[in-house]
Design a protein around this ligand. Sequence first.
Ligand SMILES: Cc1cc2nc3c(=O)[nH]c(=O)nc-3n(C[C@H](O)[C@H](O)[C@H](O)COP(=O)(O)OP(=O)(O)OC[C@H]3O[C@@H](n4cnc5c(N)ncnc54)[C@H](O)[C@@H]3O)c2cc1C
Length: 276
Amino acid sequence: MVEQLRADGFAAELLDRNATQEFVAAPLGPEVVGAKLNPTAATLHSTRLVHGLLAAALRRGAQLCAGPRVISLAAHGSGVRISTDRGPIDTPVVLVAANAWLGDCLPALQDLVTPVRGQALCTAPVPPLLNHGFGVAFTPTGEYGQQRPDGRIIFGGCRAVAAERDVGVRELSPETGVQTALDSALRRLFPSLANIPIERRWAGTMGFSPDYLPIAGQLADLPIWYAGGFSGHGMPFAAPLARALAAAALGDVAPPEMAHFRPDRPSLRRGSERHV
Ligand SMILES: Cc1cc2nc3c(=O)[nH]c(=O)nc-3n(C[C@H](O)[C@H](O)[C@H](O)COP(=O)(O)OP(=O)(O)OC[C@H]3O[C@@H](n4cnc5c(N)ncnc54)[C@H](O)[C@@H]3O)c2cc1C
C-alpha cells in the first residue's frame, strides 16, 4: 500500500514497531508489528463540520426545512414535484443526497446502494495518547479511531463479527456482539486502556455500493441530480461531489469529473457485488 500510495503521489511511510511506538504515548499491544503512516492525513469533528456547512449555507440565504420525509420525486412541468409526508414541494431542480437511503428516494438506484450498519464507541477522557487518526485490521472489516482534543477516544469498526456483517441493517441501535468486539480490539491495541469506562456507544447507517465508490449522476433526463453510496468513506468524496452536483444543477450539465461516478460503470454490473 505504501508503494501504491507513493506511486499515486501521496506521502506514505512504512514504520516498524519501534518507530510506530514513537507516535503513541502508551505501550502498544504485542500484536502491533508496525504501521503505515500517512503524514498528510487529518481528522475532524464531523458534526461540527456539518453544522459549520449548514451555518454557511444559511448565511448565504439557504432555507432549512428539516423533518419532512421524501416519499417520491416525479417530473412536474419543466421541474420536479417532491412528495413528502407533509405535502408536495414543487421546484425547478433537485439534488438528492440521501446516501444509504438513495434507493428509497430514487427506486431506480435501489440495487446500487445497500444500507450497512456501522458501530462505534467513545471512552472517558484519557491523557494524550496520540495525535493521529488510526486504523487497525483485527477483523476483516477493520477498525478505526481518533483521540479527541478533550482526551476521549472514539473507536469504531468490528462489523465482521455481526451476522451478515450488518449488511442491510437499518436499525440505529448499537448491538452487543460488535460492541464487545470493539472493547476487545481497543484493549488489544492499547492494553493500558483495559479498564477505561466507555461513555457512549452508537450506530449509524452507511450506504455501500458494489465497488465501494460513490454513485452520482442525473436521473433520466429530469432535473434530478444525486450522489450517494459513499461506502463508509464520505469524507474524501462528499465535498468534491457536492461541488460537482451544484455545478450540474446550475448549469444543467454534468461536469466531467462526475463521469467517474456514473451508475453504468462496469464495476457496478450485477454479479460484481462484494458488500463486505
Ligand atoms: C459509524 C460510522 C462511521 C463512519 N466513519 C467514517 C470515517 O471515518 N470517514 C469517512 O469518510 N466516512 C465515515 N462514515 C461515512 C460517512 O458518515 C458518510 O459517508 C457521510 O455521512 C455521507 O454523507 P451524506 O450527506 O451523503 O449522507 P448522510 O450523512 O447519511 O445523510 C443522508 C441524510 O438523508 C436523510 N434521508 C434519508 N432518507 C430520506 C427521505 N426519504 N427524506 C428526507 N431525508 C432523508 C437522512 O436522514 C440523512 O440525514 C461513517 C459512517 C458511520 C455510520
